[in-house]
Ligand binder design. Structure first.
Ligand code: NAD
Length: 297
């Protein structure tokens, strides 16, 4: 039987709908409007597309959106001063510095200068530590979106065997922490993992966050497993042009898996939806209000 397709586009639309409801409650009952500031340094074309899309969706759910576009040669001092201004701006509840930053800027130092309460990307060292110790934190958007889809599809994840492929700070590591938090038995695989197909074979849940087009094939998947494909890779099309594919080979995996997220239309749309959800969560917390449990890990 072909795998159930987990429709991230529809799921993301429903998350945005819930976010919009919370935004109107915050505005009408609590007289506060959540605000998200996105800082883009330089002219990376992919980053420009993401920032545009984030700004548009932020406004669509009724939040305040501000964008700061800075020249690629911006100094650390100028960028830090801007972040400090946003940290103290009472109309801003979420701050996102679009990565990657130009080489001359110290990414870790810049991210760690964001007020952790406004760190809606969840990359600040305080939030990383809070997540790692199972405390209330801001959770990175992409893994949070993956977790939401897994919970929605499976209900409880307790006791399931999960393999996360990729150990990046923005996807793989926080994903592993979240699955551990939901009582999965977690293996974090990476480029040095031996016998990757065998490791994947025992997984009930496979999260692929590698950046290698169609690397995970159906033969590696346990029949009935759930495949969450985080990868976004652009490849040449047979007849010319390009197309987007994930880290999983959709054709072969979907004939073995029980459920799978497509690329595009799976994890991707959930990432921005979770950014909006994190901004709402931050707004509740900063105002000392009880936050909605539905968006948190
Ligand atoms: P990264 O390059 O920082 O990390 C890739 C990881 O894959 C590394 O930890 C590495 O050890 C591992 N790896 C590399 N080759 C491997 C191999 N042969 N076998 C096993 N592991 C291997 O990448 P990232 O930032 O985590 O992103 C991963 C993918 O997810 C990329 O395609 C990226 O575009 C995509 N992504 C998508 C979203 C989204 O919103 N859908 C968000 C972030 C990243």
């Amino acid at each position: 039987m072909p795998a159930h397709i987990i429709d991230g586009k529809t799921f993301a639309a429903s998350v945005r709908g819930k976010v919009a409801k919370h935004v109107s409650q915050l505005r009408e009952i609590h007289m506060t409007k959540p605000g998200l500031a996105v800082v883009l340094v330089g002219e990376d074309p992919a980053s420009q597309v993401y920032v545009r899309s984030k700004g548009k969706q932020t406004v669509e759910v009724g939040m305040k959106s501000i964008e700061h576009k800075l020249d690629a040669s911006t100094s650390e001092k100028v960028l830090l001063a801007l972040i400090e201004k946003l940290n103290t701006d009472t109309e801003i509840h979420g701050i996102l510095v679009q990565l990657p930053l130009p080489k001359h800027l110290d990414e870790d130092m810049i991210i760690n200068s964001i007020d952790p309460a406004k760190d809606v990307d969840g990359f600040h060292i305080s939030n990383v530590g809070l997540l790692g110790t199972g405390q209330k934190s801001m959770v990175p958007c992409t893994p949070l979106g993956c977790l939401m889809m897994l919970r929605d599809y499976h209900g409880s994840l307790s006791g399931m065997d999960a393999v996360v492929i990729g150990r990046s700070n923005i996807v793989g590591k926080p994903m592993a922490q979240l699955l551990l938090g939901d009582s999965c038995t977690v293996t974090l695989a990476h480029s040095r993992t031996k016998n990757l197909p065998e490791v994947i074979q025992r997984a009930d849940i496979v999260v692929a966050a590698v950046g290698r087009p169609q690397m995970v094939i159906g033969d590696w998947i346990k029949p009935g497993a759930t495949v969450i494909d985080v990868g976004i890779n652009r490849i040449e099309k047979a007849g010319g042009g390009t197309r987007l594919v994930g880290d999983a080979d959709f054709a072969s995996c979907s004939s073995v898996a029980g459920a799978i997220t497509p690329v595009p239309g799976g994890v991707g749309p959930m990432t921005i939806a979770c950014l909006l959800a994190n901004t709402v969560t931050a707004c509740y917390r900063i105002n000392g209000l009880e936050e909605p449990g539905e968006f948190t890990a």
